[in-house]
Design a protein around this ligand. Structure first.
Ligand code: HEM
Length: 141
């Protein structure tokens, strides 16, 4: 068996990585963030069965501004993960990455063909996050 010498460090650097690779690392990190939230969400909503008082007390804790900011980070994670995930699904079906061809020097990489689409989606992420930020922090609740 080949030993994985780089470990988690290899996620960030294992030679010359392209933009797509970093986009994927972010996909993984945001995905893990969503799982972490899911676990915490189950824990917090579980307080409902402990009665109204326990519920009110945990609600007071989760309304802390720092936790509210983490909720906003989760929102960014979900938007990025969904839009970049949509692009990855297209790539996995071979959509938008061109037809496979014979490898002739200088080699080209097909994943970079979605670069423009990636930047377009990141622009969408930015717009949605700005609208979300207005809702999180500016609009009266
Ligand atoms: C709109 C919904 C979602 C879409 C379109 C989506 C799409 C994707 C795609 C395409 C990948 C890359 C898979 C690969 O190429 O190997 C991925 C990775 C991942 N997703 Fe999602 N996903 C969604 C929701 C979620 C949710 C709700 C969770 C967590 C509960 C999640 C957790 C993850 C994780 C942890 C990874 C990284 C897997 C790895 O490192 O290999 N995703 N997602």
């Amino acid at each position: 068996m080949i030993k994985n010498l780089l470990g988690i460090k290899g996620w960030a650097f294992a030679g010359k990585f392209s933009l797509q690779r970093y986009a994927y690392i972010l996909q993984r990190i945001t995905g893990l963030g969503i799982i972490l939230y899911l676990l915490m969400h189950l824990y917090v909503t579980g307080f409902k069965i402990k009665g109204q008082e326990a519920w009110n007390s945990i609600m007071q804790t989760v309304h802390h501004p720092i936790l509210h900011f983490f909720e906003f980070l989760l929102f960014i994670c979900v938007i990025y993960h969904a839009l970049n995930g949509f692009r990855l699904i297209l790539a996995e079906f071979g959509i938008g990455i061109g037809k496979p061809g014979r490898q002739v020097y200088p080699y080209t990489t097909s994943v970079d063909r979605q670069k423009g689409f990636f930047f377009f989606l990141m622009f969408l992420v930015l717009i949605i996050v700005l609208v979300g930020a207005a809702d999180f922090y500016l609009l009266p609740k």
